[in-house]
Design a protein. Structure first.
Length: 699
């Protein structure tokens, strides 16, 4: 069938993305993108896609701390990793990405930037990254979609145990998979004890006071999944739990704030704080599929998510919008339903259509602390004085309809087009602002958005394909960010609550030349309104017009039967224009990352001994305007990281060795150089040389 030809055309990009070299060029036809509304359907025939499979994940996790680091170090177009418990600043093509775990969105309307920190590496089977604006999955994908698959059951019974020691800390994991009668199952659990880390100079790395970190934490994860297939139907039930609880005696020394830029943050012992950084992510997921007829297949998903997260305390007493020493925490629930029908209209025409519904409720209170006790203790002792409202409970109800058609016009020409129409109703009750005790009346607001996409691919020959694409994405505005700083004159209907609607245009080329595979893409992304920006601790709210362009180049080369190399280079430029301004100015470093060069060298010494070198170079870039430092605007210096990973399969079990920062380079990540907290307390150096050893056995 000609549709098989289109599958080949798009799926080849997964190989060319430079992330995983587990599929040889001769096997491209078998590369399949799974992150679609329906299994084996394609999200877009004209899009850059990266795939990280389970084998590559196991290799990378031996030197990386979490999934966010793996993606940031290897995926073209994604910003370099941060040293904090956040994906703030980890943009994809200069915009936010929508993170899905088994189809369940991890973003919340009160954007707290922890979307990539909601599951344990032991739970991850596969990751697919779609770069560029995308609306098929709803709000939040103006930069792309990161689709994470968790592990599932299988027919063959397997009991796996593992222990990993990293930097003096350890991780224990246990899983059971198999089949009972017609039900396939998996049950997995892990416990991780996270210790502190040192920089290349041997100094303890300070805690990150703005977004938090996972130092001195306990991490618990649990997942269970069962599935059954009968006749033309299938049913799956799953639960996923991830809990991170920090308990550290160290704080960030506030005296570094008075030192010149850039002095690294310092740790100080003696912290007395009962409630510290925390994440609690619980997801229930039900999936059902039914082959209604020969040409129509129904797919349904129902999910429920219960989520809460706590941050480090913030001394907001100098700011009128805070007036408290306080600690924020988010409480959120999300109930959703997705219905999709895949209709094979003819041999060369396919249509996906369906509906999505979601009900999200979230609020962000604060725990307040005694400022006098805090000051007199040298900024180490936190005595609770109670809880107050900061962001009231906000209800978001969404209802969307979509349709996506794919057609093979000829054996060489493929076309895909679609649209998504969505309506959102938001509301909140009366509340009193934290800082100035302003009484704000409850209100409601509704808005809608319809976005479109169109993609065309053309096979020049069996080895070369070109494509052009037009895609629109959208992102709901952060209501909580606006109303938490509201004044007595606040009017919800007059606020900046219009969705971000981005328009992306992309042209690309991918091909093969013997054992060399390569791809190149150029993109332009524009939006009349950017994200809501809060400046001066909420004293100024603005939304700027945004224009971003950039390119990505990637290649994979099988040099010999046991030696391969992957390369990628990505660069983006972004400009923004404030409301009523006449000229554009460059965007700050938290939005547009410096250029990034990545390389992976994979060498199999034997059939049972694999080695990998992962190289990442983050370029330099001056984000200052007229030489003036500001939020996200510093002169960022370049740095280079090299990680080593090795995996040996023994007669009984597998040993994996990882060395992060192989050459013990002392550096400051981009996030730290930009100073998220506005001073040296956010100047967190990167980790020095870090060793890990893992043993895994399958019984």
């Amino acid at each position: 069938m000609l549709l098989k030809k289109s599958l080949l055309c798009v799926s080849v990009t997964a190989l060319l993305a430079g992330v995983s070299h587990t599929v040889l060029a001769d096997d491209i036809e078998h590369v399949e993108i799974r992150a679609q509304r329906m299994a084996s359907d394609l999200n877009s025939i004209a899009r850059n896609v990266s795939v990280i499979d389970e084998q590559m994940l196991r290799t990378q996790f031996s030197s990386a701390q979490n999934i966010a680091e793996v993606l940031a170090k290897t995926v073209p177009g994604m910003a370099p990793p941060t040293p904090a418990l956040t994906n703030f600043g980890t943009t994809l093509r200069g915009r936010n990405a929508l993170v899905l775990i088994d189809g369940v969105p991890m973003n919340t309307n009160r954007n707290i930037s922890r979307d990539l920190h909601n599951l344990h590496p032991a739970q991850v089977e596969r990751v697919e990254i779609f770069r560029g604006g995308n609306a098929l999955y709803g709000s939040g994908a103006t930069g792309g979609v990161i689709y994470i698959y968790t592990k599932g059951g299988q027919q063959a019974s397997e009991i796996a145990s593992s222990i990993e020691v990293k930097n003096g800390a350890y991780t224990l994991a246990q899983s059971f998979v198999g089949q009972v009668n017609d039900w396939q199952y998996r049950v997995g659990a892990s416990y991780e004890n996270v210790d502190s880390f040192s920089d290349a100079d041997g100094d303890r790395i300070a805690v990150e006071p703005s977004q938090g970190d996972s130092f001195d934490s306990d991490i618990y994860s649990f997942d269970a999944k069962v599935s059954k297939t009968w006749d033309a139907q299938s049913l799956s039930l799953s639960v996923l739990s991830y809990v991170l609880e920090q308990d550290t005696d160290y704080a960030s020394d506030p005296t570094v704030k008075a030192l010149p830029y850039i002095n690294k943050a310092q740790s100080i012992k003696g912290l007395q704080l009962d409630k510290q950084n925390q994440i609690n992510n619980l997801v229930f997921n039900v999936g059902y599929q039914n082959q209604l007829s020969e040409n129509n297949k129904l797919s349904a998903q129902f999910y429920f998510r219960d989520y809460d997260a706590r941050f480090a305390p913030f001394d907001g007493r100098p700011y009128a919008t805070w007036n408290h020493l306080a600690q924020t925490y988010l409480e959120s629930t999300n109930l959703g339903l997705k219905l999709t029908v895949n209709s094979q209209l003819s041999e060369n025409l396919e249509l996906d259509w369906g509906f999505d519904a979601q009900d999200e409720r979230s609020e962000m209170p604060v725990t307040t602390y005694d400022g006098e006790v805090y000051d007199n203790s040298g900024y180490l002792v936190f005595k609770e004085t109670g809880d107050k409202a900061f962001v009231p409970e906000i209800s978001h109800r969404t209802l969307a309809a979509f349709a996506q058609a794919r057609a093979n016009v000829t054996e060489q020409l493929g076309v895909e087009a679609g649209l998504r129409a969505e309506r959102i109703d938001a509301s909140f009750d009366d509340f009193t602002t934290l800082g100035q005790a302003v009484a704000i009346s409850g209100s409601s607001y509704d808005y809608s958005s319809t976005v479109y996409n169109l993609g065309v691919t053309y096979d020049i020959n069996d080895n070369h394909t070109v494509y052009v694409a037009f895609n629109e994405g959208y992102e709901l505005p952060d209501i909580g960010l606006q109303i938490r700083y509201a004044s007595s004159q606040f009017d919800l209907s007059q606020s900046s609550l219009q969705p971000i609607e981005s328009t992306d245009r992309e042209i690309g080329w991918r091909g093969e030349l013997g054992s060399l595979s390569f791809s190149a893409a150029y993109f332009v992304s524009k939006s009349d309104l950017g994200r809501v920006k809060s400046e001066g601790m909420g004293l100024s709210i603005s939304r700027n017009q945004v224009e971003i362009d950039g390119f990505e180049i990637a290649s994979s080369w099988d040099m010999t039967n046991n030696l391969s190399m992957d390369l990628s280079y990505s660069k983006a430029n972004g400009d923004e224009k404030a409301q009523n301004a006449e000229q554009f100015q460059q965007m700050n470093g938290f939005s547009i990352a410096p250029s990034k060069l990545t390389a992976q060298l994979n060498y199999d010494l034997t059939s049972s001994w694999r080695t990998n070198l992962t190289f990442m170079h983050s370029g330099s870039k001056d984000y200052r305007l007229e030489g003036e430092n500001a939020f996200g605007r510093r002169d960022v210096e370049s740095y280079t990281l090299v990680d080593f990973n090795s995996q040996i399969e023994l007669e009984q079990g597998t040993v994996t060795v990882g060395i992060e920062n192989l050459f013990n380079n002392q550096y400051f990540p981009v996030y730290s150089q930009l100073q998220r907290n506005g001073n040296n307390s956010s100047s967190i150096p990167g980790r020095g040389r870090t060793f890990s050893v893992k043993y895994r056995i399958v019984w």
